[in-house]
Design a protein around this ligand. Structure first.
Ligand SMILES: NC(=O)c1ccc[n+]([C@@H]2O[C@H](COP(=O)([O-])OP(=O)(O)OC[C@H]3O[C@@H](n4cnc5c(N)ncnc54)[C@H](O)[C@@H]3O)[C@@H](O)[C@H]2O)c1
Ligand SMILES: [Zn+2]
Ligand SMILES: [Zn+2]
Length: 405
C-alpha cells in the first residue's frame, strides 16, 4: 500500500509499504479514505519534536471504513464508517476511565510513564504507524474508533480526529466561561477551531494573534478579532482592546515552532538578550534541524508565544497550552506567571473524550469545522502539499489528503 514515511529530518517519502494486520484481539484494520496534515507533523519533519524512528508512517488524523475486526471488538461491524482518535487509550485503565485518554497507563508499549500514545509520532509515543496510508491498524478499537453519524461528511469527521477536539480541549484548559474575553495565540487550523470552541463555550469576545494575514482573514469567519504581530505589538493591542487589563483567558495554539515578529513595534521590542534565549531554546530542542533555506526550517523563537501569553492575560487569569513542546523544552516564564497569580494548564488532547459530542454538534448543524480546510490533495501530490504547508504559503492552512483505498 502507499504511505507517507518519515526517513530523517527534512526527508519524507511516498512509498510502498506492507499492509497492517490484526496483531491483538482488540485491534481493527481501517481502510483510510481521508487523512490530513497537521502542524504536529511539521514539528516531526523539522526535527523540533525529535526522536522519530526512520520508517515510521506519518499522520494521526483519519477517517475510513472498517476492513477487519479482531475478535474482542464487539461494538462495530465491518464496513462501518469511522473516525480515528489521534491519541490512543486502552479504555479500561484508571486514566481512560477518568477521561484522560492521552495519559492512558496501558496503550503506550513503552510503559505507563512513557507519555501519550499517538499514531505517526516519535519513538517515545509508541511508536505506532500513522494514518497517512491506505490502511491502518487501530489498537483498542472499541475505544479509539468513533462511529460517524449519518449526515456528517468525511471532511467534517476528519476535523474531529484531532484538531476540533484539540481546540475544544484548549478552551477547557483555559477555563473559558460566560462573557470571558479570550485571546488565542496562533491562527492555524487548531487556533481557529479553538476560537470556534471558545465562542461555543460562552466567550464574550475572541481575539486571535498570528503573523500570517491569510490565516487571520479566515479566522474572522469564527468572528474573531484579528491581531497581526508583524504590524502591531499583540500584548499592547490586547490590553488596549480590554480597557488596559488584558484577556481573561489565553489559549496558546502555536507550539515550539513559534516565530518572532519580523516588523512593527513587537520586533522593535525584542532585545538582544531575548533573541539569544530563543537561539539557545532552539539549539536545545532541535540540534539537527535545517537552519538554511526555506524548507523544514524550525521556528526562530520557541518561547515567543508562551512569553506573550503570560503578558497578555489579566492578573489571576488562566492560560491553556495546546501548542506542542517536546519533553526537552524547559523554558517557561514562571516568575512572571507566579507573581501574577496565573493558572496554567497544558496537555495533549484527550481526543476520545470530546469526539462523540462534537460529532453530534456537527450532525445537528451546531458547528462546522470544515471552514479551516483550504486544500484537498491526493496521495501522489502529498509530499508537495507537505512542503507548501511547511512554507506557510498563502492560502495553505489545512490540507486534507483524499486516499483512494
Ligand atoms: N495538544 C494537542 O493535543 C495538539 C493536537 C494537535 C495539534 N497540536 C499543536 O497545536 C499547534 C498548532 O497546530 P496547527 O496545526 O494549527 O499548526 P500550524 O503550524 O498550522 O499553525 C501554527 C500557527 O502559529 C502561528 N505563529 C507562529 N509564531 C507565532 C507567535 N509567536 N504568536 C502567534 N502565532 C504564531 C503560525 O503563523 C501559524 O499560523 C502545533 O504546535 C501542534 O503541534 C497540539
Ligand atoms: Zn495533529
Ligand atoms: Zn487507558
Amino acid at each position: 500500500m502507499k504511505a507517507i514515511v518519515w526517513h530523517a529530518v527534512g526527508d519524507i517519502r511516498l512509498e510502498d509499504v506492507t499492509e497492517p494486520k490484526i496483531e491483538y484481539p482488540s485491534d481493527a484494520v481501517v481502510r483510510i479514505t481521508g487523512s490530513a496534515i497537521c502542524g504536529t507533523d511539521l514539528h516531526f519533519v523539522r526535527g523540533t519534536v525529535p526522536g522519530m524512528r526512520p520508517g515510521t508512517i506519518l499522520g494521526h488524523e483519519g477517517v475510513g471504513v472498517i476492513e477487519e475486526l479482531g475478535p474482542q471488538v464487539r461494538n462495530f461491524f465491518e464496513g462501518d464508517r469511522v473516525v480515528i482518535a489521534s491519541t490512543i487509550g486502552c479504555g479500561r485503565c484508571v486514566h481512560c476511565r477518568a477521561g484522560h485518554y492521552a495519559q492512558c497507563d496501558v496503550a503506550n508499549p513503552r510503559g505507563r510513564d512513557a507519555g501519550t500514545a499517538l499514531y505517526g509520532g516519535p519513538e517515545s509515543t509508541g511508536p505506532f504507524d500513522g494514518l497517512q496510508a491506505e490502511y491502518a491498524r487501530v489498537p483498542y478499537a472499541h475505544t479509539n474508533l468513533v462511529p460517524i453519524p449519518p449526515g456528517v461528511t468525511d471532511e467534517q469527521a476528519l476535523m474531529v480526529s484531532d484538531i476540533f477536539p484539540t481546540g475544544w480541549f484548549g478552551a477547557r484548559l483555559a477555563g473559558v466561561g460566560g462573557g470571558d474575553v479570550v485571546c488565542v495565540l496562533g491562527a492555524g487550523p487548531v487556533g481557529q477551531l479553538a476560537a470556534l470552541s471558545a465562542r461555543i463555550q460562552g466567550a464574550g469576545r475572541v481575539l486571535i494573534v498570528d503573523g500570517l494575514p491569510d490565516r487571520l482573514e479566515t479566522a474572522r469567519m469564527q468572528n474573531a478579532e484579528t491581531i497581526d504581530f508583524n504590524t502591531e505589538d499583540p500584548v499592547a493591542v490586547v490590553r488596549e482592546l480590554t480597557g488596559g487589563v488584558g484577556a481573561d483567558r489565553v489559549i496558546e495554539a502555536v507550539g515550539v515552532d513559534a516565530q518572532r515578529p519580523v516588523g512593527g513595534p513587537a520586533a522593535q521590542l525584542l532585545d538582544d538578550r531575548t533573541a539569544a534565549e530563543f537561539e539557545h531554546e532552539r539549539e536545545q530542542v532541535a540540534p539537527h534541524a535545517h537552519l538554511h533555506g526555506r524548507q523544514w526550517m524550525p521556528g526562530d523563537a520557541p518561547g515567543q508565544a508562551l512569553r506573550w501569553a503570560v503578558e497578555m492575560v489579566d492578573k489571576a487569569g488562566t492560560i491553556g497550552i495546546i501548542g506542542d513542546y517536546p519533553p526537552q523544552y524547559t523554558h517557561f516564564p514562571l516568575g512572571r506567571a507566579m507573581n501574577r497569580n496565573l493558572t496554567v494548564q497544558a496537555g495533549n488532547c484527550d481526543h476520545r473524550r470530546y469526539m462523540p459530542g462534537l460529532l453530534s454538534r456537527i450532525a445537528s448543524g451546531g458547528a462546522d469545522p470544515t471552514t479551516v480546510i483550504t486544500q484537498q490533495e491526493d496521495m501522489p501530490t502529498a509530499i508537495e502539499a507537505y512542503e507548501a504547508f511547511d512554507r506557510h504559503e498563502p492560502g495553505w492552512t489545512k490540507v486534507v489528503l483524499e486516499i483512494a483505498g
